[in-house]
Design a protein around this ligand. Structure first.
Ligand code: NAD
Ligand code: DAU
Length: 353
């Protein structure tokens, strides 16, 4: 019994790998290209753990993926690997099409060939779990009901469109070939190992560095925040008991406008590591030019996974965010290792230095 995980050196994938090996003895093969977002430092604690096999490579490399599938004979593939940052997709959409669409297509073909040749029992039990996002549904008006699994797809950013495309490929491989797929569409995650290009870790990093805290537009865009460990538990549950061909929305029932999130992070930092001059970190908040095509509101209706699989989040935003801020304060070495040259170039490009 083995799992093949793609993108397990990124934020959610590495949290999943840690979670899985803390809860199970089943080994796991971790295929990751190690792009700027992938970091072996996220997996350092597993360096001596024989249950974790790391392989650097691309999901689109069919020879490599087929060899891994043949050699390790996984009972499931969990597909986390993606280009994941909306702002980067606005600057350079083609990388997103290459990995999220073309890469997922190649991966599905490698997996289909492997699955098709399995004996009846392992073939019946095999699962391909595709980790996707709520952004495929587009933007909600302030009083609209939250996204259910039947909400129409209306992706707005190149990132969201590439993820929507990958969801459609996964769906088609089930409908046409019978591949036993599961798709999860989750809201915004936060927690340890979150790369500091995304809002919460960027605000923590910039606050401590004495830099402006950039809030796009009026800061009233709403996201539904979920602690990453809760997302990992949801994926574990869908893998265990989800019905092939079904999709599951995952969210925290926790809608917050961005400005409130940023202020809450500032207040936690004021408490846990006060500024030397006695002022609040909130003094560093700076409203900047809005993101192009910025979605106004996301909200997930997570009743299906709750009612059918019994999953619900454990952390509240208050407990999860406190843990997260404390984790960043305790892991200054990790932050400095991921905010070197290439990261600074990104910050200059996005925020104009
Ligand atoms: P991330 O950017 O932190 O990590 C992505 C990982 O994929 C990296 O380790 C990277 O090296 C790897 N990767 C990229 N291209 C690859 C390729 N061609 N082959 C192999 N590996 C490759 O992303 P994340 O935030 O951990 O997101 C993981 C998944 O969850 C993505 O599919 C994303 O769309 C989805 N998701 C993310 C969130 C969120 O809030 N972060 C919410 C919902 C869904
Ligand atoms: O909803 C799920 C999605 O959440 C995932 O699919 C994506 O992979 C993940 O990156 C995330 O996308 P967002 O665009 O919502 O996350 P981000 O952290 O980039 O931004 C959160 C909100 O904060 C968004 O409304 C934009 C805003 N923002 C972001 C940054 C980086 C700012 O105001 N300032 C910033 O500097």
């Amino acid at each position: 019994m083995t799992l093949l995980v793609t993108g397990g050196a990124g934020f959610i994938g590495s949290n999943f790998v840690h979670h899985w090996l803390a809860e199970h003895d089943e080994p796991l093969v971790n295929l990751d290209k190690l792009t700027y977002a992938g970091n072996l430092g996220n997996l350092q604690a597993l360096a001596q753990d024989k249950r974790h096999v790391f392989v650097q490579g691309d999901i689109g490399d069919t020879a490599l993926v087929s060899q891994l599938l043949q050699h390790y004979q996984p009972r499931a593939v969990l597909h986390f690997a993606a280009e994941s940052h909306v702002d980067r997709s606005i600057h350079g959409p083609l990388d997103f099409i290459q990995t999220n669409v073309v890469g997922t297509g190649h991966l599905l073909e490698s997996v289909r060939a492997y699955w098709g040749a399995l004996a009846a029992d392992p073939q019946h039990r095999f699962r391909f779990l595709h980790v996707s996002t709520d952004e495929v549904y587009g933007s909600l008006s302030p009083d609209a009901v939250a996204f259910t699994e039947t909400h129409p797809y209306e992706p707005n950013s190149p990132y969201a469109a590439s993820k929507a495309s990958s969801d459609h490929l996964v769906r088609a491989w089930h409908h046409t070939y019978g591949l036993p797929v599961l798709t999860t569409n989750c809201s915004n995650n936060y927690g340890p190992f979150h790369f500091p290009e995304k809002l919460i870790p960027l605000v923590i990093h910039h606050a401590l560095a004495g830099k402006p805290l950039p809030v796009y537009g009026d800061g009233m865009q709403v996201r539904d925040w979920l602690y990453v460990q809760d997302h990992c538990r949801a994926i574990e549950r869908v893998l265990q008991a989800g019905t092939p061909g079904e999709t599951y929305n995952i969210g925290g029932w926790n809608e917050k406008p961005n400005i409130e999130v940023v202020r809450t992070v500032c207040h936690l930092l004021d408490e846990l590591q006060p500024r030397g001059d006695g002022q609040s970190y909130a003094e560093q908040i700076t409203f900047v030019k809005d993101r192009a095509g910025h979605d106004r509101r996301y909200a997930i209706d997570a009743r299906k996974i709750n009612d059918t699989l019994g999953w619900r989040p454990v952390e509240t935003f208050e407990t999860g965010l406190r843990k997260t801020v404390q984790w960043y304060l305790n892991h200054a070495d990790w932050v400095s290792s991921v905010t070197s040259g290439a990261y600074r170039q990104w910050v200059d490009l996005q925020y104009g230095g």
